[in-house]
Each structure stands twice: as structure tokens, then as C-alpha cells.
Design a binder for this molecule. Structure first.
Ligand code: ADP
Ligand code: MG
Length: 308
């Protein structure tokens, strides 16, 4: 058996609890069965060492992260996560590295009932891509488009903690609660599922509140007015700028019409949701008292972020 095959079997071929995987790891492709009346929601995201996380990050955190960011995308679509494919490029970091990476990955996969059904393994500088597949009842997927003037803008959880955690990791100040938020982001899967039929639009916050809110505004053809005082109430460490601008929180931003506010109050999101603004006619994002240009989050193709 080749080295690659043996590594896959040893680290990635794990039992899972799903009965809808007809053919999993080991063939040229996976075969899975969709629930009756459901549509398939697919998302893929890559994390690269030195770009999405600092060099030398604990392998369990890398394994967690690459799945979490994808489950977060499924959550933003209101999908039930089901299966994942993992394409991993890593150097020969020894058996321990792969074991810890796999432990981080599967701890999260098991928590959300995700079956790993395939992938790829290559020796190259560290980068990992997951393709996450989920299910949603026909026609019920949440989208970025759909926000209407008059809707209220909400976010789940708290904001800015991951950015604070990343700075703490980089400068060694040791703000451990925030470091944990950066290292082990929690995808808001239950909230996404509960928001089907309630939210008029949704997105997950990967690049920063203002940046991601602008994506909802653009897709919906509206303007989002964010209230900085309300953001302050959910800002980790009371840092409102970080809450407006910081990335990697993986909370959900969503909009709800007045007619559905009561449904929202009764929904079981599994976390708190806080109103932080409203949808109005127009375009873009406004934050009274702030220059939104200065609050833009990370952009890979901004010339300032060119790694060369
Ligand atoms: P192929 O050359 O046909 O693409 P591979 O040798 O790359 O096959 O992979 C063999 C099997 O192992 C396939 O089913 C593939 O999906 C699976 N696989 C490869 N790498 C991984 C991984 N990192 N995690 C999970 N499954 C993997
Ligand atoms: Mg292959």
C-alpha cells in the first residue's frame, strides 16, 4: 500500500453515524442520498498557513478551522450539514501532526453529524480545502438577497473576539478567551436552520461586519444602517471598532421583517441574537458617527495584502 493510501486510511477513514452514505472514502467519488424533498447546498473554502492563520498554529485548530468555516457557510444558507470532502496539502509534519489535525477536524464533524466522504492528500505547503455539503427543504435556503427596507438587522453572539484573539496570539499577550474564539470558531448551525422561513437574508461574518453587511446590501439592492451603540453592546472587550471591522467571528448577520419578529423571538437559535440596525432604501452600509471606508475588513486581492 502506498504511503498516501496508508495515511488516508489511518487518519481520515473514520466511522460516522450517517446512513445516507452509499459509498464513502475509497472509490473515485462518493455517493450519498439526499433526504426526500430536500435540495443540496454546497460550499467550499480554503485556509492557507500564513494567510488565514499564523504559521505554527496547533494542528487541531487548523483541522477545526477548515471545517468550521465551511459549516458556517452552510449555516448562513440555513442548511443541515451532512457530508464533507477534505483536500489537504501538508508537509511531512510527522504522524503526530496529522493525528492532531484529524482529531480537531473530527471532533467538530462528529458534533454536527458530518460524514467525511472523500478528499485528497498531497505533500505541499500547508493549505486545506473543505467542500461541505448540506441539505435544505426545497426552496427554503437562506440567501444574501432578500433584505427589504423596513427589515431589522441582527447578529448572533458577540463580535470582534476572534480579531482580538488573533492579535493576542501574534503579540503573545495571552487573552485566552479571545484566543479560543480565533482558534476554535463555532459555526452557528442551529441558528441558521432555525432562521429558515424567518430571516429575509443571511450571511456569515468571515471578513468583518461592515464588509459582510455590504455584501447583503449589494445582493438585496438595499442599504444597511448599523447602529454603533448597539454593536458596542455585543462587542468583545467593549472594542466597537474591532466589532465593526474584525474578521473571523463566524457569527451570522441576518435580516427579519417586522411581520416575523415574533417568530424570531420564539425560534431556538442556540445563541443570542441582537438587533444592530435596519434596512433602508439605498445602497451600501452606513454606521452613524463612523467612516465606513476605514472599517473595511480583509480583502485577499487588495494590493496591500499581496504576500509576494
Ligand atoms: P484518486 O486518485 O482516485 O483521486 P486518491 O488516491 O486521491 O484517489 O484517494 C483515494 C480515496 O481516498 C478517495 O476516495 C478519496 O476521496 C479519499 N481521500 C483522499 N484523501 C483524503 C482525505 N484527506 N480525507 C478523506 N478522504 C480522502
Ligand atoms: Mg485524488
Amino acid at each position: 500500500m502506498s504511503g498516501e493510501r496508508a495515511l488516508i486510511e489511518r487518519y481520515f477513514l473514520r466511522r460516522h453515524a450517517r446512513d445516507d452514505v452509499i459509498l464513502g472514502i475509497g472509490d473515485d467519488g462518493a455517493v450519498t442520498r439526499l433526504r426526500r424533498g430536500c435540495e443540496l447546498v454546497s460550499a467550499t473554502d480554503t485556509v492557507v498557513e500564513g494567510v488565514h492563520f499564523p504559521r505554527g498554529l496547533a494542528p487541531a485548530a487548523v483541522g477545526h478551522r477548515v471545517l468550521a468555516v465551511n459549516l458556517s457557510d452552510l449555516a448562513a444558507m440555513g442548511a443541515d450539514p451532512a457530508w464533507a470532502l477534505l483536500a489537504l496539502a501538508c508537509e511531512d509534519g510527522g504522524a503526530d501532526w496529522l493525528q492532531q489535525f484529524a482529531d480537531g477536524f473530527f471532533a467538530l464533524a462528529e458534533r454536527f453529524g458530518v460524514g467525511l466522504v472523500g478528499g485528497d492528500l498531497v505533500r505541499a505547503p500547508l493549505a486545506a480545502t473543505v467542500t461541505a455539503l448540506g441539505q435544505v427543504p426545497r426552496g427554503r435556503a437562506l440567501q444574501r438577497a432578500g433584505a427589504r427596507a423596513g427589515d431589522i438587522v441582527y447578529v448572533t453572539g458577540t463580535l470582534g473576539g476572534a480579531a482580538a484573539g488573533l492579535s493576542s496570539l501574534l503579540d503573545g499577550t495571552g487573552v485566552t478567551a479571545c484566543e479560543r474564539r480565533f482558534l476554535f470558531p463555532e459555526p452557528r448551525v442551529a441558528a441558521g436552520v432555525a432562521l429558515r422561513g424567518i430571516a429575509s437574508a443571511a450571511i456569515d461574518l468571515s471578513d468583518g461586519l461592515v464588509t459582510d453587511a455590504a455584501r447583503v446590501a449589494l445582493a438585496s439592492g438595499v442599504r444597511l444602517e448599523i447602529d454603533a451603540a448597539r454593536v458596542a453592546a455585543v462587542a468583545a472587550g467593549d472594542d466597537v471598532i474591532r466589532a465593526l471591522r474584525g474578521g473571523d467571528d463566524y457569527e451570522l448577520l441576518f435580516t427579519v421583517s417586522a411581520a416575523r419578529e415574533q417568530m424570531l423571538r420564539e425560534a431556538e437559535l442556540g445563541c443570542r441574537a441582537t438587533a444592530i440596525g435596519r434596512v433602508v432604501d439605498g445602497a451600501g452600509v452606513g454606521v452613524a458617527g463612523h467612516d465606513v471606508e476605514a472599517l473595511q475588513g480583509y480583502d485577499h486581492f487588495d494590493p496591500c495584502n499581496d504576500p509576494r
